[in-house]
Ligand binder design. Structure first.
Ligand SMILES: Cc1cc2nc3c(=O)[nH]c(=O)nc-3n(C[C@H](O)[C@H](O)[C@H](O)COP(=O)(O)O)c2cc1C
Length: 216
């Protein structure tokens, strides 16, 4: 068994909700013994756009010390969790841009065989959370990742609204907060990924990971 599973939690958050969930996932992974890199993706919105929304501007300032993710973090990790607020029922463009920038690493086969899970949220209770999770998982299929959704493997998932596909929240317009039930489920998912990452990393030599070539 690997000493400590290495887990990368990679997120995009404009107004801070997804950041709260990412932090809870980090707590859960650390409590399960993992070494964690919590990383934000590079912002692609214009300064004017950010300045037009006080909550967005405030969160950019609050998260200024969170390191930006690089491809090296993906290579380093034994397992991943990706997330961000739903955008028209899909993943945020900044997260998609990061995924596209990983194409050369994809070609080496080094992204494969690692457990991956996703989280998201939306303003509306049925505003596209499940479809947004699936757009992240689409990418994970291309990587040959091992999708480790929460399923109904813990009571915290029912308590958070019963989303078996990933952790999801309903955002508040008034303040940046996420329900305690969602944060508890997020901590559970962090622990789950850490445990899968440890098991798979310890058995990596039994899994094939061939270079898959180049698409760029
Ligand atoms: C371009 C854009 C598209 C969005 N699309 C949806 C949507 O499809 N459904 C929904 O309920 N909320 C939608 N929202 C609201 C976001 O999902 C919500 O603000 C986000 O989850 C907050 O997370 P954050 O604080 O981490 O940025 C959208 C917001 C933006 C800016």
């Amino acid at each position: 068994m690997a000493d400590k599973a290495k887990v990368a939690i990679v997120y995009y958050s404009a107004t801070g909700h997804s950041y709260l969930v990412a932090k809870a996932i980090e707590e859960g992974a650390k409590a399960a013994g993992a070494e964690v890199r919590l990383r934000k993706v590079h912002e692609i919105a214009s300064p004017e756009m950010i300045a037009s929304n006080p909550a967005w501007k405030a969160h950019v300032e609050a998260a200024k010390d969170v390191a930006e993710v690089t491809n090296a973090d993906l290579e380093w990790a034994d397992g991943y969790v990706f997330g961000g607020g739903a955008r028209y029922g899909t993943l945020p463009a900044a997260l998609k841009a990061f995924f596209e920038g990983a194409i050369a690493l994809w070609g080496t086969g080094k992204l494969s065989n690692k457990p991956a899970a996703a989280f998201t949220g939306a303003l509306n209770a049925h505003g596209g959370q499940e479809t947004a999770l699936h757009t992240i998982y689409n990418v994970m299929h291309h990587w040959g990742a091992v999708i480790v959704s929460p399923g109904f493997t813990d009571p915290s998932i029912y308590a958070a609204g019963g989303n078996p596909y990933g952790i999801s929240y309903s955002a508040s317009m008034e303040k940046t907060s996420v329900s305690e039930q969602t944060l508890t489920a997020a901590r559970y998912l962090g622990g789950r990924i850490a445990r899968y990452a440890a098991v798979l990393a310890a058995n990596r030599d039994r899994l094939t990971a061939q270079p898959v070539g180049s698409m760029n």
